[in-house]
Design a protein. Structure first.
Length: 694
């Protein structure tokens, strides 16, 4: 294949050239016009650079309609077209995600300004590269008269009605701030319209609830909102804005530059009331550009909005003017991109993994791909519904995303790349490990293997769970070893673990005498444990560490827990009907009681306390919320009474609230309680409950 990085590479294959142009046209249209991209940005950039390189190498192949010769795509027919007074340019992209990206730019600037090596460092303004869409805001005599998208750079779409709904965009310039300049007769402000991450999540949540389509990422949601033909709908979409530049400008008095520097311009915009990012800074020379790049990269995942890199601009407007433009890009600015968080890859297979509680999880095995800074080979689909919604099939080309430490996910499938015979994924009817029936219970999203501890996958997970650090802790007992022990039929149950002899361990693959002895010692050590650790280690559904602690504290002994009826279990704080039911189900099975007896026989020990004798507690297991002013009781008094009766007082009303105790002037909590159907009590009703009268 043609290698864009090699100067003087082979002459371009004409069909490749044709293909690149068509593909790039197609995707630019999907991206800019349809707001529905089907290719990650990084892939688009790669193809774009390949085409650019061919055209640089062989300028005779360049045609005016090549995708490299325009900035975007034509406007949608539905919006009026606006011709930009000053074209909206694109900037050169530096994709070298290393320090050299910044060094290259600084070296180019110095060369073009003919600076000698001993000339002082050039001052730049360094800004985040916001991942939204560019907007031109036109102000006449200080009033917003028009907002237009970039479109193809020459003309865009008139989206004034929608942009007016963005609260952060001033409808009139504020000239009252100290240092604010008077409003120019004509001013065009350029910047990025974007959607914050929290706003994006909330919007998707609302879309889902309303049964409407969700958006792939904040940028697409923002683009969709801006081009929403109905401004009433646009107004409900939470958009934000950052200003970063200027379009046309006319000043009241002729002569003299309005601003001496880009930084001065941003300050003036801020004074007029435009949002300017607090992350914008002046950086002197390449070293400070590199420091900025690295600092912003570290903050990237924690920012409340998406960015895909940083932008460096020569600060002095006089120097900017001296440098000018090359084709459609300013020579004085560059976008330095971060490593892509989305990439294309293909699906090799879709496996089904069995978890400790039998939960079946579809796992997409991917051709290895470098994304978000690591090589990714797996992405989980949470359950059948998600697998259906994304409709991932073996052989598909997919976009995978990995941002920060979040587990990788398949974002979407490229439908045009689907193989004709690709089969729909369905959850197997049988557990792929033990062959027991896989069941999805009514109202549940998950399929589960019904094999329980008959299933070797569940047995392995159960053993690993019991041996983990937060349970009884058997140091050195990892998944490879457990695989060997279970698959080799050496152990079947938890107690078998404690019957392991040195000889059976030494006989295993790659097991040195010393390691075998370490395991035996670790097992011995794990026998002295605590009741909460042991209880948690049993792996009872819904019994996490906190619940195990609460149960141990409440009952004092394992026998008391094993024999407690449902009501008594529910008297424990944090134990609701689901957890209580799960505990009962577990301990009602004779084989589970047998496992506990055998573990004790193997020498597992913990301290037990006496069962705590408790007075009858009318509010045990109940969560209450207090709001408003009660007639006689203070809030603290009410809280003491509730807690003495075994109840819990929470701060906010949720589905888990049993009662809302409401006094005079109860506000939003009362509304929320009514909305959720939570029982509302007044002070008298509370007292009746406490007396056992209700
Ligand atoms: S300056 C002549 N600054 O990136 C320079 N652009 O191709 C014009 N962008 O479409 C752009 N953050 O939408 C500039 N701080 C920033 C930016 C930024 C995001 C976008 C902009 C433009 C694209 C550059």
């Amino acid at each position: 294949m043609y290698n864009p990085d090699l100067p003087g590479a082979l002459p371009a294959d004409p069909s490749r050239l044709q293909w690149l142009r068509e593909t790039l046209h197609e995707h630019a249209h999907r991206y800019h016009v349809l707001d529905a991209p089907t290719m990650p940005d990084a892939e688009y950039d790669r193809l774009f650079r390949e085409l650019q390189a061919i055209e640089t190498e062989q300028p005779e192949l360049l045609t005016p309609d090549s995708p490299t010769q325009r900035v975007g795509a034509p406007p949608l027919a539905a919006f009026a077209s606006v011709r930009h007074a000053v074209p909206m340019l694109s900037i050169r992209t530096e994709t070298d995600a290393q320090a050299s990206g910044a060094h290259n730019f600084d070296a180019r600037v110095r060369r073009e300004l003919e600076l000698t090596d001993d000339a002082p460092a050039v001052d730049y303004v360094a800004e985040p590269k916001f991942d939204g869409l560019a907007m031109n805001l036109r102000y006449v005599q200080g009033r917003l008269v028009q907002a237009a998208t970039r479109g193809d750079g020459e003309s865009g779409e008139d989206v004034t009605q929608n942009i007016r709904t963005i609260g952060q965009i001033p409808l009139r310039l504020d000239t009252s701030a100290p240092g604010a300049l008077p409003a120019p007769p004509l001013l065009e402000v350029r910047g990025e319209v974007y959607m914050g991450r929290a706003d994006f999540e909330a919007l998707n949540e609302r879309q889902r609830a309303a049964g409407q389509k969700t958006f792939v990422n904040p940028r697409n949601a923002a683009a969709g909102a801006v081009r929403q033909l109905d401004p009433a709908i646009a107004a409900q979409r939470p958009l934000s804005f950052y200003a970063y530049g200027l379009g046309e400008l006319t000043l009241a008095q002729a002569g003299g530059p309005a601003f001496a520097s880009h930084h001065g311009l941003l300050q003036a915009l801020k004074n007029w009331g435009f949002p300017v990012s607090g992350l914008v800074t002046i950086a002197s020379g390449a070293t400070q550009l590199v420091a900025y790049y690295e600092a912003i990269a570290r903050q990237r995942d924690a920012l409340p909005f998406d960015i895909d890199g940083v932008v460096y601009k020569v600060n002095s407007l006089a120097l900017q003017q001296r440098m000018g433009f090359v084709t459609r890009e300013p020579r004085w600015a560059v976008a330095h991109k971060f490593p892509a968080q989305e990439q294309l890859t293909t699906v090799l297979s879709i496996d089904v993994q069995v978890g400790r509680t039998g939960k079946l999880t579809p796992v997409v095995k991917l051709a290895p791909v470098f994304v978000g800074g690591v090589t990714v080979t797996n992405a989980t689909l949470h359950n059948e519904d998600e697998a259906r919604r994304k409709d991932v099939r073996v052989g598909d080309t997919v976009v995978v995303r990995r941002a920060g430490d979040v587990i990788p996910e398949v974002v979407f499938v490229l439908p045009e790349k689907r193989l004709p015979d690709a089969m729909l994924f369905t959850m197997p009817a049988q557990c792929p490990v033990c062959g027991s029936a896989a069941v999805r219970e009514e109202g549940e999203a998950d399929h589960r293997c019904s094999g329980g501890l008959f299933c070797s996958a569940q047995r392995k997970q159960a053993i690993l769970h019991f041996a983990q650090r937060r349970a009884v802790e058997v140091e050195g007992l990892g998944d490879k070893l457990v695989d060997q022990l279970v698959d080799g039929g050496i152990i079947r149950t938890l107690p078998d673990l404690y019957r392991l002899g040195l000889s059976s361990l030494v006989a295993l693959d790659r097991m040195a005498d010393k390691s075998a002895q370490n395991i035996v010692d670790a097992l011995q050590q794990s026998k002295q444990t605590t009741l909460p650790r042991f209880l948690f280690g049993l792996g009872i559904r819904h019994v996490g560490e906190a619940t195990a602690k609460a149960l141990a504290g409440h009952f004092g002994s394992l026998d008391a827990i094993m024999d407690a009826p449902l009501e008594q279990l529910q008297a424990v704080s944090d134990v609701g009907p689901v957890v209580a039911h799960s505990l009962r189900t577990f301990f009602d099975q004779p084989h589970n009681r047998e496992v506990v007896a055998q573990l004790r026989a193997c020498g597992l020990r913990w301290q037990e306390g006496a069962p705590l004798a408790r007075p009858p507690t009318p509010l045990s297991g109940k969560t209450l919320v207090i709001t408003g002013t009660l007639p006689t009781l203070s809030r603290d008094q009410a809280k003491d009474l509730i807690e003495a009766a075994g109840g819990k007082v929470a701060g906010s009303v949720s589905k888990k609230t049993h009662y809302l105790l409401a006094g005079a002037e109860a506000g939003s909590k009362l509304d929320k309680a009514r909305e959720l159907g939570v029982v509302v009590l007044d002070e008298d009703a509370l007292k009746e409950l406490l007396d056992g009268r209700a």
